[in-house]
Design a protein around this ligand. Structure first.
Ligand code: PMP
Length: 366
């Protein structure tokens, strides 16, 4: 049988496996940071209406520049993220993964490097590899915060072309202070003109305000966002960025023409009409997240402070065994490969209760 490695694939892809958490059929799935609340019926109806309208014109290519959608995303950011942005500042793609890919195609590539502070979202490294960009694994402190002095040193030494700062960070839940982001931006610009990408996929869940206002006067800073988490629309595949208009112009050089289908644009616009309802679920999830942190600590777990819709907990001598023991009780959490730690996504109150019960039982056995 022919295997991947028998094919004439690129050398850097040899022996690698595709990214993805197991999609197992278990009663309680708290492993991929999804929003547990299905879209409300009124929104499903509105999506149906908007998609029906769009369907009539599917013989034509969609609006290539997604003007209406980007305008509505800009209004959403202006209203909720503490900084006024307009159409020219906002770009959208199929999930923030595609946004990141377009940024790396534009600002990374062969002969260039990107850095992230690990453990962090592993797709930053994987999309770097996929775009031929060298990857630099930067450090974090024991408590998973970014050590600014250590980060400044490695940036000065390695002079990366792209710097990823994930806030709140995945899988640790750690938010990054605005002055840390500014320090990293300045260190990066001092080393060489380079792009700083603030990945705010979980921004809406944070106790802290968005880092979006930092783009003001910093043309090489980008904030990326997604509708996968706060909007409860992971299946929609809609991510977006806000930055200086020049960055939006630059990604046009690599985007595929008509990358956002008319169906995607219509669905995202319908969801944006229901922002207030969806942000109500975010408030419930923040309360549940804080409850998970408190109850896990009461059970005797170590827990990393979380600003996201998930919680990193431990420590386990053998985290994979703990993962399996929790799964055996019908609850799927995530083993991100951070030794000693696991990650649980905040679900509905009943799902979280089931998870907490599984951990209580596991702790009793230890
Ligand atoms: N950034 C971070 C930090 C994430 O955790 C994720 C999803 N797990 C993404 C980006 C990508 O999300 P999406 O492509 O669904 O927008």
């Amino acid at each position: 049988m022919t295997g991947i490695d028998d094919l004439p694939i690129r050398d850097e892809l040899r022996g690698k496996s595709p990214y993805g958490a197991p999609q197992l059929d278990v009663p309680v799935r708290l492993n991929t940071n999804e929003n547990p609340y299905p879209l409300p019926a009124e929104l499903v109806d509105r999506i149906t209406e908007r998609v029906r309208e769009a369907a009539r014109d599917l013989n034509r290519y969609p609006d290539r520049d997604a003007v209406e959608l980007r305008t509505e995303l800009a209004k959403y950011l202006t209203r909720t993220a503490g900084h006024e942005v307009g159409l020219a500042n906002v770009w959208a793609a199929n999930g923030s993964n595609e946004v990141i890919q377009q940024l790396l195609q534009t600002f990374g590539g062969p002969g260039r490097t990107a850095i992230g502070f690990e453990p962090s979202y592993s797709m930053h490294g994987l999309i770097s590899r996929g775009t031929g960009t060298g990857w630099i694994a930067g450090p974090r402190r024991e408590d998973f915060t970014i050590d600014v002095a250590a980060a400044e040193r490695i940036i000065a030494e390695r002079r990366p072309n792209v710097v990823f700062v994930t806030s709140p960070n995945n899988p640790t839940g750690t938010a990054v202070a605005a002055d840390t982001v500014v320090a990293l931006y300045e260190a990066a610009q001092a080393a060489r003109p380079s792009l700083v990408v603030v990945d705010e996929a979980y921004g809406e869940f944070s106790h802290r305000p968005s880092l979006l206002p930092l783009i003001e006067g910093r043309p090489n800073m980008v904030v990326s966002r997604t509708m996968s988490k706060a909007f409860g629309a992971a299946g929609l595949r809609l991510g977006y960025l806000a930055a200086d208009p020049a960055v939006v112009d630059a990604v046009q050089l690599v985007r595929l023409p008509y990358h956002l289908s008319a169906v995607t644009q219509a669905t995202a616009l319908a969801a944006l009409e229901h922002t207030d309802t969806l942000l109500g679920y975010v408030e419930q999830l923040k309360t549940e997240r804080d409850r998970l942190v408190g109850e896990l600590r009461a059970i005797g777990c170590e827990v990393t402070d979380s600003d996201a819709n998930f919680v990193q907990f431990g420590r386990f001598e053998d985290s994979h065994r703990a993962w399996q023991a929790i799964l055996d009780r019908g609850v799927l959490v995530r083993d991100n490969g951070v030794p000693g730690w696991l990650r649980v996504t905040a679900g509905t109150p009943a799902e979280n209760d089931a998870f907490l019960e599984a951990v209580r039982e596991l702790k009793k056995e230890q």
